[in-house]
Design a protein around this ligand. Structure first.
Ligand SMILES: Cc1cc2nc3c(=O)[nH]c(=O)nc-3n(C[C@H](O)[C@H](O)[C@H](O)COP(=O)(O)OP(=O)(O)OC[C@H]3O[C@@H](n4cnc5c(N)ncnc54)[C@H](O)[C@@H]3O)c2cc1C
Length: 196
């Protein structure tokens, strides 16, 4: 996002604050090197190993929307920095809204708010074999929350739903259909327009 903003608005001053020693820590170090090189080329100031002070009430967006800020603001870090900016964007991840499932089947919503599923992508409650969860809302065995992850899982869920419908239509009530099992795909990332 920082690269895209810098590429689109080359006259803007941009600062990226990252708490770890590597950008995109879930990926191979090569990606960090490439991203850092490009950020540097685009003139983005990159601060690694420092953390933004969040409101005591919790994560931004969840309990305190004020951290996402349009208009002049000062961002302070635990490292003692004060950074003035006209716009502040938090890119600390999103939390899916699983309230629907919490109302319907509270037992399958984990403490982290994600829906517990089986390898078949059915929710982890055998009394509801016709309920599936895919995408960001589901705890997908370590798969990252990304469009391609949800896309892959959705294909398998659709396949399994069709198998269940066909089995039910055939009238064979004794043998459950052999459902396809989900294997998380490796994290991958698309190239933004600013990646060159
Ligand atoms: C800034 C940003 C950049 C990203 N870039 C990439 C990228 O480059 N590549 C990539 O693969 N992924 C990327 N992602 C992640 C990707 O967008 C998500 O992983 C993906 O959209 C998840 O799809 P989903 O269908 O599970 O959830 P969502 O796309 O979040 O869809 C869930 C939908 O359910 C709706 N909803 C919630 N509750 C209810 C309810 N009770 N009734 C009806 N509807 C409800 C929500 O409003 C929402 O529209 C990015 C995400 C962000 C935020």
């Amino acid at each position: 996002m920082a690269c895209d903003i810098a590429d689109t608005y080359p006259d803007k001053r941009l600062t990226l604050i990252h708490p770890h020693d590597r950008i995109l820590p879930l990926f191979k170090p090569f990606l960090h090197e490439q991203a850092t090189r490009r950020l540097k080329e685009l003139g983005v100031e990159v601060i690694m190993g420092d953390r933004v002070i969040l409101p005591a009430s919790g994560r931004p967006g969840e309990t305190d929307a004020s951290m996402e800020h349009v208009g002049p603001t000062v961002t302070r870090t635990y490292g003692g920095r004060s950074i003035e900016a006209d716009l502040r964007i938090f890119a600390t991840g999103q939390r899916p809204n699983t309230q629907l499932m919490r109302d319907f089947l509270p037992g399958v919503v984990k403490p982290n708010g994600l829906v517990a599923i089986q390898r078949t992508l059915q929710v982890d409650d055998d009394r509801h074999a016709n309920v599936y969860a895919v995408g960001d809302c589901a705890d997908q065995f370590g798969a990252i929350q990304a469009g391609h992850t949800g896309w892959n899982a959705a294909g398998i869920a659709a396949e399994n739903i069709v198998k269940q419908i066909e089995a039910a239509a055939s009238g064979d009530k004794l043998s459950a259909p052999a459902l396809t099992l989900y294997e998380p795909t490796k994290p991958c990332i698309g190239r933004a327009r600013s990646c060159r």
